[in-house]
Design a protein. Structure first.
Length: 201
């Protein structure tokens, strides 16, 4: 596929994100579109990187911009294949070929492995946090609550992975007690984001 075609396909995917429905196999009280999810993930990624600057050290502007672009397009293939449950994605390994070329471009702009791992882990955490925020406010019946609890459990593991990626990125053997406390407080605020959102929607 030529670069021109890749860009056109990615643009189509980006502009059609508002047409993709999420949670189609989960009972929720309102519909969520992919565009809302992608924006939420990008906002959370921005918040996490801002916290890194406060609690650790400044991030390379190139890495920061690549992270925002990758977050915005992390699901931009879904207008072509639809939103799939995690289990379905694991079954269909061929789905990876639909990965957004703009996401790939963002990741390719970052050369070193440490930066790529940092971006990947932060987006993975932000993806789960945004899903958790939505389900906390909109889950219905037992099945959706089970899904919500499963995501909540995965968040703890993903927090650990992000912390390890941060340590590797900055070349730190171990964070200080103050940095660990600050990080835990930040994650708690992220998980409680739903409580801070304006109720008048």
């Amino acid at each position: 596929m030529s670069t021109k075609v890749k860009i056109n396909v990615s643009l189509i995917g980006a502009l059609c994100q508002d047409r993709v429905k999420r949670w189609h196999v989960v009972d929720v009280s309102r519909e969520q579109r992919l565009s809302e999810h992608s924006a939420g993930v990008t906002f959370i990624v921005d918040h996490i990187f801002a916290a890194m600057e406060v609690y650790f050290r400044p991030i390379s502007p190139k890495v920061y911009l690549a992270a925002l672009q990758a977050a915005l397009y992390h699901d931009a293939h879904e207008p072509f294949v639809g939103d799939r449950p995690t289990c379905a994605k694991e079954w269909d390994k061929n789905a990876v070929k639909y990965t957004s070329s703009l996401y790939e471009t963002a990741m390719e702009s970052v050369i070193d492995i440490k930066s790529k791992r940092l971006i990947t882990e932060v987006i993975s955490l932000a993806d789960s946090l945004e899903a958790l925020r939505f389900l906390i406010r909109n889950s219905q019946f037992q099945h959706s609550k089970i899904i919500r609890n499963e995501i909540d459990e995965r968040v703890s593991d993903k927090i650990t992975e992000v912390l390890m990626a941060i340590l590797e990125y900055f070349g730190m053997t171990s964070p200080s007690d103050e940095q660990i406390t600050a990080w835990e407080e930040m994650v708690t605020r992220l998980k409680q984001w739903h409580a801070q959102i304006d109720e008048d929607k």
